[in-house]
Design a protein around this ligand. Structure first.
Ligand SMILES: Cc1cc2nc3c(=O)[nH]c(=O)nc-3n(C[C@H](O)[C@H](O)[C@H](O)COP(=O)(O)O)c2cc1C
Length: 314
């Protein structure tokens, strides 16, 4: 599949997840076969006002051959000015968030609130498309609460010039509860000619196949990749030997080249809990990791755990 002129090989994408898809995690996802990994959503306004923390979210890894930034906001002028500015110069695709359900976001009319205002959403997308040659993509949901308008919304995105769309088959009201509506995703795919990326509840080969059955051109995986970036290689049928400890170390090494260690320790806590999911006797090590403030000590705790784990297995 192609997004604009950009060719994907595996048609697999890591979903943007605020607070999760940091540069280290994205790099692992790409290593395991994701064509690209979408960065955490960034506020166009915050970029406009040159917020340092927001700029930090735009750091990318050397193996990210296709770099994708996701921006959110509801002012067409600001959104377009950021799209054409040098701030996003290194990115190959700009994705617009029209799906975030968080109260803080929708209160400002951003994220999924835009599904209630097609004219404004159209204006935002077309304003961004006009100022760049790069593909502009849009990620949205089934609809805003009872108003399931994903099909019309998808057609609007196409008309506004979007190069591809991602549909997460849940409504705003559902947040992450209930199921992603695969029938609706099928209808969205049938309603437009631009590539459609299906999203929601893909956690293994079986659910991946179900998603492909809807006819979508590519599949985006979020929570199924938490602590489990190898999901991409599993789906691709590559039986790689996964070395969890090495992966965690890689993740840490990438983060520590860009951020202070205190921040890396904090960032890594949740990831380490996910990475350890499914391991026997990991309660102790989890408790130690969430309390530890020193990165070297965190690494030591993990080295010991995996050494013991190996001994137990052999
Ligand atoms: C912790 C978390 C953060 C998320 N942040 C974003 C975000 O920044 N931008 C976005 O478009 N979607 C975001 N999402 C939604 C995911 O991209 C995805 O649409 C959703 O999780 C459904 O896919 P899944 O079932 O594969 O996880 C987030 C989801 C989670 C769980």
């Amino acid at each position: 599949m192609k997004i604009g002129n950009i060719e994907l090989k595996n048609n697999l994408i890591l979903a943007p997840m605020a607070g999760v898809t940091d540069v280290g995690f994205r790099s692992l996802a790409v290593e395991y076969g994701a064509d690209y990994a979408v960065g955490e959503m960034v506020s166009a306004k915050a970029l406009k006002y040159k917020n340092k923390k927001t700029f930090d979210l735009l750091i990318t890894a050397p193996n990210e051959n296709i770099k994708v930034a996701q921006i959110f906001g509801s002012d067409p002028k600001i959104m377009a000015s950021i799209v054409k500015s040098d701030i996003l110069a290194k990115f190959d695709i700009i994705d617009i968030n029209m799906g975030c359900p968080a109260p803080k976001i929708v209160k400002s009319g951003d994220g999924s609130a835009l599904m209630r205002d097609m004219d404004l959403a159209y204006n935002i997308i077309s304003s961004c498309v006009k100022v760049t040659d790069k593909p502009i993509t849009v990620k949205f949901r089934a609809g805003w609460n009872d108003n399931i308008n994903a099909v019309e919304f998808a057609q609007m995105c196409e008309k506004a010039g979007a190069s591809a769309i991602t549909i997460h088959g849940r409504t705003r009201e559902q947040f992450y509860a209930g199921n992603s509506d695969f029938d609706l995703i099928r209808k969205v795919k049938q309603a437009v000619s631009i590539p459609v990326i299906g999203n929601g509840d893909v956690v293994d080969i079986e659910s991946y196949k179900k998603m492909l059955d809807t006819g979508v051109d590519a599949v985006m995986i979020g929570r199924g990749a938490l602590g489990n970036p190898e999901i991409f290689s599993q789906i691709l049928g590559k039986n790689l030997d996964v070395d969890k400890l090495q992966d965690i170390k890689k993740h840490i090494d990438i983060l520590r080249t860009h951020y202070p260690e205190t921040l890396v320790v904090k960032e890594m806590r949740k990831h380490i809990l996910w990475y350890l999911k499914g391991y026997h006797n990991c309660t102790d090590v989890k408790n130690q990791v969430v309390r530890e403030k020193d990165l070297e000590k965190v690494l030591e705790i993990l080295e010991n755990f995996f050494k013991e784990n190996k001994k137990r297995e052999s």
